[in-house]
Design a protein around this ligand. Structure first.
Ligand SMILES: [Fe+2]
Length: 444
């Protein structure tokens, strides 16, 4: 029998898509999403600080352009054409988000013009590059994939900024979400054994490399993420007041912050719940995955339910399928579409659980990709053999016990930045991100 690694390599070899065509498609998709998101927002909404947790939107726009200029032009030998001071101004490590509003930033009009000038130049420069360049940055078009993913990741961050915005009403045109086909929660048994973690695909990030095999024990995993309806029961039964369920640090933190329910839930007289989603205030939809919960809230719910959060390896095992034939996505290696998962940002919210039968895993686990990021119990670290590439600040500086790994992507994540092996990470107190969770337990 082939090892999971051999099976994945064989699968990877079946898709020799020219990277330039993919790069144009993905960079163009990211830019048109940016323009859709900004449509109708007045200048003041783009320049002000909506939350100390987030940058002014106009900083993100120029930062994306500057990142592209650094990596797709200067790093590839193209002549520089902007003020080198931009590198410092738009360096995420030099300026904490809360202070960026005080910087001498480009105006929205200037930032968008800069972004479009860089884009035009980088696509032109790309045409001169060989499709089969051996340089690590260009192998398989890596650096173009990195920039496309970077832009889409910032657009997800921008969606979080817009969700936090209170100064302007934001009600973008939202694509309809499907109706659920199978919403009842059940547990899926996943047999222990080897699982291939990570990826060596051309556009995989350094933190996904190298692909390697680890072993997991038999375990049970929820078929669907925990829903708002499930979570209401935890809230209403006093889950936030009972320290038994909480990591001590988390309990101390929610007490100090006065947190009694997920972010953006609005308790009403008489026990009803509303939730705020961008410019909409609506009855809390019980059948959607809960989102805007931090790791501590997810962990507490899981304990209250007599379960636990899955490890990253268990989550990836469930996504790959337990039949020894690992997949890039739960449904297979081919890219999905709107029938497989809620991705790309245009629905502006999660779909009810059980809405994507085509997207379920080989073992019948639903909704692993899209809708909400899923917290795992794992801390974020490099795999054995990790090599920082192409810069330490993408992943390596975050390794350690401070961060928890999230898997699967949210409705606001783009398909280019979502796959079974993709690793996201954040502090266990983060709630503005589009994160939920599902539960697991040991099989006994
Ligand atoms: Fe960035």
């Amino acid at each position: 029998m082939r090892s999971p690694l051999e099976a994945r390599r064989d699968a990877g070899q079946q898709e020799p898509r020219p990277w330039k065509a993919r790069a144009v498609t993905e960079l163009t998709a990211a830019r048109s999403r940016l323009l859709r998101m900004l449509e109708g927002l007045p200048e003041d909404a783009l320049t002000r600080q909506h939350s100390p947790l987030m940058s002014p939107i106009v900083w993100d726009v120029a930062h994306m352009a500057n990142y592209e200029e650094q990596w797709l032009l200067r790093a590839l030998g193209a002549p520089a054409f902007t003020d080198p001071a931009f590198d410092a101004l738009y360096d995420a490590f030099r300026h904490p988000r809360a202070s960026r509003v005080q910087l001498p930033l480009l105006s929205p009009e200037q930032a968008l013009a800069y972004a479009s000038r860089v884009r035009q130049a980088s696509l032109e420069w790309m045409q001169q590059l060989p499709e089969d360049a051996p340089a690590p940055l260009l192998r398989g078009g890596f650096v173009f994939g990195m920039v496309a993913q970077h832009e889409q990741q910032h657009l997800e961050t921008l969606a979080a900024t817009l969700q936090l915005m209170t100064s302007h009403e934001y009600r973008p045109a939202a694509l309809p979400r499907p109706r659920p086909a199978r919403a009842a929660q059940y547990e899926v048994f996943l047999s222990g054994g080897p699982v291939l973690l990570g990826s060596d695909a051309p556009w995989a990030y350094d933190n996904e490399r190298p692909a390697h095999t680890v072993h997991v024990q038999d375990f049970l995993l929820d078929s669907h993420p925990v829903t708002n309806g499930d979570f209401v029961v935890f809230v209403e039964s006093g889950g936030y007041e009972d320290s038994r369920w909480w990591d001590p640090k988390g309990f101390e933190w929610i007490q100090a912050q006065g947190i009694r329910h997920p972010l953006f839930w609005l308790p009403q007289e008489g026990g009803a719940w509303l939730r705020q989603r961008f410019g909409w205030v609506e009855p809390l939809p019980r059948d959607e995955p809960v989102q805007h919960v931090c790791w501590y809230e997810a962990d507490a719910y899981a304990r209250w339910a007599g379960k636990r959060l899955p490890t990253e390896a268990e989550w990836e095992k469930a996504a790959a399928g337990s039949d020894g034939r690992p997949r890039v996505h739960p449904w297979g290696d081919a890219p999905g579409d709107a029938s497989h998962a809620n991705l790309g940002g245009d629905t502006w919210g999660p779909s009810p659980v059980g809405s994507y039968p085509a997207g379920q895993s080989a073992d019948g686990v639903w909704g692993l990709l899209g809708d909400v990021w899923e917290w795992t119990s794992s801390t974020f670290d490099g795999y054995l053999g990790f090599k920082s590439f192409p810069y330490r600040e993408y992943s390596e500086v975050f390794f350690g016990t401070e961060y928890r790994v999230l898997k699967g992507g949210a409705w606001a994540s783009a398909p280019v930045a979502v796959r079974n092996s993709f690793r996201n990470w954040d502090y266990p107190i983060r709630r503005q991100i589009f994160a939920g969770f599902r539960c697991a337990r040991d099989a006994r």
